[in-house]
Design a protein around this ligand. Structure first.
Ligand SMILES: [Zn+2]
Ligand SMILES: [Zn+2]
Length: 251
């Protein structure tokens, strides 16, 4: 493998991961889990397709795990608390912790009752392996057509998987242990993490104001996910529930 092909694989993996991260934060997290914004079908269906092909996850399961995290933050019932199971177990084993909670039907029933499977789920989006197979095929064929070879395509797909899992782990592990705590809750703000996780690193702000579509609440904080929300609103593809920030806890 040439250096050029290797660099191309890393760039492609980074791009696909960012696409998945932006979709996760704006659609799965801010829109579906917290109803901080409403997204109509013209944007929701592409978002669902991206999640399906880049992660294989089912939105209602992600929502159930996440709402349980907010309902039981850093207690024994939290699906992924570094205080309960240790920093490295969450950072490196987040996928296992996620799967354990997501595959528990009772959790999904309790926390995502408002998101029953629809026709598109039954037809396509509930079939995780089909989505992942299509996603990997798109990456491999694109890299091959661009002249970087088949191996670079498979490498890009693999690297994307590792990056997405590690960044998701970092939001749950680093985002509850390291960084600033302007509000009284167990989560933390880390701007550097926020820049590579489409704003999710401003996790202390988010726990303080979960229904805010904007995670940047102080001067000089940057929330790339909010920039995408603003573009969607401008294009009339989404509506923000409330522009003013409703704090849950005192500053
Ligand atoms: Zn949290
Ligand atoms: Zn949340």
């Amino acid at each position: 493998m040439t250096l050029t092909n290797l660099i191309a694989a890393v760039i492609a993996a980074f791009a696909v991961t960012q696409l998945a991260i932006f979709t996760t934060t704006v659609y799965l997290h801010r829109a579906l889990s917290h109803r901080a914004l409403t997204v109509g079908d013209p944007a929701a269906i592409p978002f669902r397709a991206v999640i399906w092909m880049t992660t294989g996850m089912r939105p209602r399961e992600w929502v159930a795990v996440h709402r349980k995290h907010h309902a039981a933050t850093d207690t024994a019932d939290d699906p992924h608390s570094p205080f309960q199971v240790g920093f490295w177990r969450v950072q490196l084993g987040n996928i296992g912790l996620y799967k354990r909670c997501a595959s528990d039907h009772a959790n999904v029933q309790k926390y995502a009752r408002d998101l029953p499977p629809d026709r598109l789920d039954r037809l396509a989006f509930d079939h995780s392996f089909v989505g992942l197979a299509i996603g990997i095929t798109i990456i491999v064929v694109t890299m091959w057509v661009l002249g970087f070879g088949l191996f670079a395509g498979f490498l890009a797909a693999g690297l994307h998987g590792v990056m997405y899992v590690m960044l998701s782990g970092a939001i749950n592990a680093v985002g509850h242990t390291r960084g600033k705590q302007p509000y009284v809750n167990s989560a933390t703000n880390m701007q550097s993490l926020a820049l590579i996780t489409a704003g999710e690193g401003l996790h202390n702000n988010h726990h303080a104001a979960p229904t805010s579509a904007r995670f940047s609440l102080h001067k000089a904080e940057l929330d790339p996910g909010w920039w995408l929300v603003r573009v969607l609103v401008k294009l009339r593809l989404a509506q923000v529930r409330h522009e003013d920030v409703h704090l849950k806890t005192a500053a």
